[in-house]
Design a protein around this ligand. Structure first.
Ligand SMILES: NC(=O)C1=CN([C@@H]2O[C@H](COP(=O)(O)OP(=O)(O)OC[C@H]3O[C@@H](n4cnc5c(N)ncnc54)[C@H](O)[C@@H]3O)[C@@H](O)[C@H]2O)C=CC1
Ligand SMILES: O=C(O)[C@@H]1CCC=N1
Length: 274
């Protein structure tokens, strides 16, 4: 992977998390490229080649990471199809919703190797979680290449059913936002009860970090770890009762269903008819 040239098309939030994470893990800056309609801020942030022309950025690419919004993926992919590098690079699409069949069509209907990936922004700190799905034209070494790129910035899982990418999008693609939201509301609740803002912030963040680290390092499931905090007749019991009275499970069931539904809608809106 360290010798492969990786070109990112679109240098926004998710691409910069991946680029930052890859640089941190030791991928040489000379092997990374990024193209964006606004490349200037990228050039000051990363010591890599930045382009405003997508076709220039892909000339020598082994891997082309399509990291633009789903809305403009058709237009971007069709332009790339006009100048596909002869070396038959691997395409990695991180766009929510957009299906392999549409990408394949936009990229020229050939035997295009495409891996759909749903990463998340903690990739920036090598703590990402990505699900990958490979199209039939992905060669074995490209499969391994995709795996090594995403594993360099966190956990990877492979899916054999493309439809499940939309579920992963709802769970871990969007997931960091749910935990950030929880941090926001916990911090505010602490302030409301009298804690200084910085104290509430630090206690919230360290508690989130500690709980995630403990759950990851433990063989026990989250429910059991929760029960250990919940002393009979104690404080946690009251808080959990209050959360369950608001039916937190139903809230998250609905939230994930809404996100999954939106991914499917985007596939239909920006895909088949585009
Ligand atoms: N933000 C996230 O947490 C995640 C995002 N994604 C996917 O990543 C993709 C990008 O999302 P974000 O980074 O959040 O969006 P963003 O809006 O931050 O980044 C998109 C970038 O594309 C650039 N751009 C626009 N038109 C372009 C063109 N014609 N050629 C090249 N670059 C162009 C924009 O200037 C912008 O910097 C989306 O498809 C999204 O579904 C996937 C997983 C997580
Ligand atoms: O909100 C979105 O559509 C993207 C996909 C997953 C996270 N961000």
């Amino acid at each position: 992977m360290k010798e492969s040239i990786i070109s990112f098309i679109g240098g926004g939030n998710m691409a910069t998390s991946l680029i930052g994470g890859l640089l941190q893990t030791g991928v040489p800056a000379k092997n990374l490229r990024v193209s964006d309609i606004n490349p200037h801020s990228l050039a000051s942030r990363f010591p890599i080649q930045c382009f405003s022309d997508n076709l220039e950025a892909i000339q020598d690419a082994d891997v082309i990471v399509l990291a633009v919004k789903p809305q403009i993926m058709a237009e971007v992919a069709k332009t790339i199809a006009t100048a596909l590098p002869e070396r038959n690079p691997l395409f990695i699409s991180i766009a929510a919703g957009i299906r392999v069949a549409d990408l394949n069509r936009w990229l020229g209907d050939g035997a295009i190797p495409i891996v759909r990936v749903m990463p998340n922004t903690p990739a920036l700190v090598q703590s990402g979680a990505s699900a990958l799905y490979a199209s039939e034209h992905v060669r074995k070494e490209q499969h391994e290449l995709a795996e090594s790129i995403l594993r360099a910035v966190g956990l990877t899982v492979w899916l054999t059913d493309e439809n499940l990418i939309d579920v992963v999008t709802a769970l871990s693609g969007s997931g960091p936002a749910y935990f950030f939201l929880l941090m926001e509301v916990l911090e505010k609740a602490g302030i409301q009860l009298g804690l200084p803002q910085e104290t509430a912030r630090l206690l919230t963040l360290q508690t989130a970090f500690g709980a995630a680290k403990m759950a990851l390092e433990s063989n026990e499931d989250a429910a059991l770890l929760r029960e250990r905090v919940t002393s009979k007749g104690g404080t946690t019991e009251q808080a959990i009762k209050s959360l369950q009275a608001g039916n937190i499970q139903a809230m998250f069931d609905r939230a994930l269903q809404a996100a999954q539904k939106r991914a499917t809608q985007m596939a239909n809106e920006y895909g088949e008819q585009a």
